[in-house]
Design a protein around this ligand. Structure first.
Ligand code: PAF
Length: 292
């Protein structure tokens, strides 16, 4: 364990699970609430807001920073994923000196066998991200389950930008009978409404500005969905991106929030959500909006 001193705050940092587990045992008493924010680093305001919520609602907060190899279906994406540990530590230390940081190595987590466990998420894994990133959710399920077993959180916080991931983690928790409340938190947006993401780090200033079109399209799609079918709205979104020379649309889907199945005909009392994934210059960005 390391105690790091930044701007007079002292933060506990663990690089090995055994040391973290021992520390949590030493501070935990009956009814002690641990809040957990799992991340892959390159922290932004969205992550910090999850930490703030956890600090308010728990006795102790653990943040993990671990770029999980098994959830990347593309080696280039894994290699290029921003790794900014020092900067991340600095950002966390501006929030509180009470946060416990867990930044393990790949070997500490996977113990020589970098493989994911195959999960059955009742079909949630076959839509959208699951279709375009084969094996991605097995990797997410594997790492989140492993981290939950190490940290044993009472509450775990996830951003709604990755709404499909949030539903999958909830499913994994209920199917594995884990005792953790999975809490979804609102998307944090930049001033031009681009959803905050660690991948935004790779955009040029110009691309960042251009990327405002993603949320703008979602907001208009929401308006159109009031009077048009899901098919009509989807066709409009496809045309919008065909006309845009900077972006390539990977998918746009209007889906039932609970099952993530595409909306074929609108049904009363169902909650719908639009999901989008686009590429700009090989950088993949996703976003989502609730439609009703
Ligand atoms: O959303 C993320 O950053 C990752 O998928 C997570 C939940 C930390 C698992 O690696």
């Amino acid at each position: 364990m390391f105690a790091l001193n930044f701007n007079k705050t002292v933060m506990h940092i663990f690089y090995e699970k055994v040391a973290l587990i021992d520390h949590l045992k030493s501070i935990g008493t009956t009814n002690f609430k641990i809040g957990f924010v799992p991340t892959m680093g390159a922290l932004h305001q969205g992550h910090l807001s999850l930490m703030q919520k956890s600090l308010l609602e728990n006795d102790s907060t653990v943040v993990s920073i671990f770029v999980n190899p098994t959830q990347f279906n593309n080696k280039e994406d894994l290699d290029k994923y921003p790794r900014t540990l020092e900067d991340d530590i600095r950002k966390i230390s501006t929030l509180s000196d009470q946060i416990i940081l867990f930044a393990p190595t790949v070997d500490d987590i996977y113990e020589g066998s970098i493989l994911s466990h195959p999960f059955d998420f009742d079909g949630l894994e076959n839509q959208m991200e699951g279709k375009f990133r084969p094996g991605h959710f097995d990797g997410v399920g594997t790492i989140v389950k492993r981290l939950f077993e190490i940290v044993t959180p009472t509450n775990a916080y996830f951003g709604e930008k990755d709404f499909q991931q949030l539903q999958i983690v909830k499913k994994m928790v209920s199917k594995s009978s884990l005792k953790v409340n999975v809490i979804g938190c609102p998307i944090y947006r930049e001033s031009n409404q681009l959803a905050m993401s660690s991948r935004n780090e790779r955009l040029t200033a110009n691309e960042r500005e251009e990327a405002a079109v993603i949320y703008k399209t979602l907001a208009l799609a929401k308006e159109k969905f009031e009077t048009n079918s899901a098919k009509e709205v989807s066709e409009w979104v496809i045309k919008t991106f065909e006309k845009n020379e900077h972006f390539t649309l990977e998918y746009f889907q209007i889906a039932d929030e609970a099952t993530l199945l595409p909306c074929v005909r609108k049904t009363q009392n169902k909650k719908y959500r639009a999901f989008i994934a686009v590429f700009i210059n090989n950088i993949r960005l996703i976003d989502t909006i609730s439609l009703n």
